[in-house]
Each structure stands twice: as C-alpha cells, then as structure tokens.
Design a binder for this molecule. Structure first.
Ligand code: GRF
Length: 200
C-alpha cells in the first residue's frame, strides 16, 4: 500500500513540523512529502532540509493577489498528490476557493480551547480572562476564522501567570496531539462528513 502523503505549511519555527517529522520518521504508512513556507527565513525550512524533505519557499508578497499566491501552492501540492495539508503555524489566511478545494483534507492547530480565543495572542487573553483551563485544538479548516469542525482538543489547568509558561505547556501538548490526529486521519478514523467530524 502506498504511503499517506502529508504536506506541511509553515511560516516560522516549525516545532510542530519537527514533532510530526520525528513521529513518522519510522512509520512507512505516512510520508511527509513536502514543506511549504511563505517566509524565507522560517526555521522550519531548515528542519525539513535536515530531515531530507523537500522544502519550498513561496513568497506571498511577490503575488498581486491571494489567488495567484495560492495557485503556486496548489501547483506544488498537486505535484505530490497530497492526501492531507497540515497548517503548522502558517500565518496566511487561505481563500474560500483554496479551502473548498481541500475541504476535509486541510487541518490546523490552534493554541486555545476553541471556540474560546480565536485569532492571535491566545496566551495573553487566557491570563487576562483568568481562565481556569487552557489548551490546544486541532480542527478541519473551513471558511470561518479558527471555527472549523474540531478533531481533537487537549487541555491543562492554568497554574502560571507567565505567557512563556503557557506557551511552553501548549507546545508540549501540540507536539503530542497533532501527530496523533494526523495518524488517525490517515487511518480513516477521523473524517469530515457534511461539516461534521466523524470519529470511529
Ligand atoms: C503553534 O502554537 C500553533 O498552535 C500556532 O502557531 C504555532 C506554531 O509553532 N498555529 P511552531 O512554528 O510549530 O513552533
């Protein structure tokens, strides 16, 4: 059986990418076929290079429209015939056309317990809000901002007043939950059907 092909889209450090690379390094059923970044200096591109994964830098600022930028992304994704697109700290909003093309095959990880704290600065808002719990969410991407159907969440009790402390804990959880969800999707144990997540 051929491997389940995963593309990872990044803009920065890529610690989630690293966790995914490490998890599937010895798993023949999943192949990280390419990494795409819209930022030239994204450290994730270096991580991909070290792991022998083809990396692509596609500079969004060089395109006159979101659609033209995405056309380049799609060209690469089609070349590899990807089964799943994993957003891991990819800091561009994707158009309706792109999202609809890949519906059910496009996932994101967000550093909060959605639907709480959509958007940026989630750790700061958790502290300001005196939230008892914080955590992470993996969801299918749809045309809402951080509002797509949820695949999985992981939470912890807030016991620090520092943003860095929260960020560290969130990253630890992200690095566990994201590879787990990817594996489950590859096995057909998590799917999207008519806008709802089905788990078997
Ligand atoms: C993660 O916290 C993720 O939830 C958010 O962006 C961050 C990316 O971190 N979407 P990294 O680049 O994987 O280290």
């Amino acid at each position: 059986m051929s491997a389940f092909k995963v593309a990872v889209l990044i803009s920065g450090n890529g610690s989630n990418l690293q966790a995914i690379i490490d998890e599937f390094e010895t798993d023949q059923s999943i192949e990280i076929c390419c990494v795409l970044s819209n930022m030239k200096d994204a450290f994730g591109l270096e991580r991909a290079r070290k792991a022998g994964i083809k990396g692509y830098f596609i500079d969004h600022s060089q395109f006159s429209s979101r659609e033209k930028f995405e056309k380049e992304l799609i060209e690469v994704l089609e070349k590899y015939n990807v089964d799943l697109i994993v957003l891991a700290g990819f800091m561009r909003i994707l158009s309706k056309v792109f999202v609809e093309k890949y519906i059910g095959k496009l996932i994101n990880i967000h550093p909060s317990l959605l639907p709480k704290h959509k958007g940026l600065d989630t750790h700061k808002r958790v502290l300001e809000n005196n939230d008892v719990y914080h955590g992470v969410t993996v969801h299918f991407v749809d045309n809402t901002l951080d509002g797509g159907p949820i695949c999985a969440q992981s939470k912890f009790e807030v016991k620090t007043k520092s943003i860095e402390g929260l960020e560290k804990r969130v990253h630890e959880l992200e690095h566990i939950i994201y590879p787990k969800v990817i594996k489950e999707i590859s096995q057909g144990r998590i799917t999207l059907s008519e806008g709802k997540v089905i788990k078997i």
